[in-house]
Ligand binder design. Structure first.
Ligand SMILES: *[C@@H]1O[C@H](CO)[C@@H](O)[C@H](O)[C@H]1NC(C)=O
Ligand SMILES: *[C@@H]1O[C@H](CO)[C@@H](O)[C@H](O)[C@H]1NC(C)=O
Length: 157
């Protein structure tokens, strides 16, 4: 029994040491999603027959560009109010160059704030988990151009 207890204690110590090295990163950025003009960042790839193929969100993370979003979103509500996001945020800025974060969640786009999960990551963000709140900063519904403010918090090693 004693050896098992010691083994568990050692395991706990090892886990606690790993736990202590975990860091928290917060970042705020804007995701631009242009469906019109010459800088298109998103195109609908499937839709409902005889209905406009409108999608919102997906594209370049910009201003001073920090990265790009690669992935898909599927409009998963009959009234068009809910997008299912599955994205990789691929960072190109100096600080996080080459690292990625995997995003998954429901984007109820008519809500002022909505929250999606950060389910994993690579590079600097290995073992990442966290969440991001999304807020629409700009939306032209007719042409589906949008700018979304992301406030993302992750724990990683
Ligand atoms: C990011 O990494 C790529 C490939 O290693 C490199 O070509 C590029 O210059 C780097 N960008 C920055 C901003 O460090
Ligand atoms: C980002 O969200 C966190 C909560 O998750 C909040 O404490 C922080 O003030 C927000 N930052 C900005 C710049 O909005």
């Amino acid at each position: 029994m004693a050896t098992i207890n010691i083994a568990l204690l050692l395991l706990c110590m090892a886990l606690c040491l790993v736990e202590a090295k975990q860091t928290k990163t917060n970042m705020v950025f804007y995701m631009h999603d242009w469906h019109s003009g010459t800088d298109t960042t998103a195109i609908p790839v499937a839709g409902v027959k005889n209905k406009p193929w409108n999608t919102i969100q997906f594209g370049t993370l910009a201003s001073a560009q920090v990265g790009r979003a690669h992935g898909v979103y599927v409009n998963s509500a009959l009234d068009g109010s809910d997008l299912h996001l599955v994205l990789s945020l691929v960072f190109t800025s100096k600080e996080h160059n080459g690292s990625t974060l995997e995003i998954q969640g429901a984007d109820r786009l008519f809500q002022e704030y909505r929250e999606v999960s950060v389910v994993s990551g690579t590079g600097k963000f290995r073992f990442a988990r966290g969440y991001a709140t999304l807020e629409t900063a700009f939306l032209d519904f007719k042409i589906a151009d949008a700018s979304i403010r992301w406030n993302l918090t992750v724990l990683h090693y």
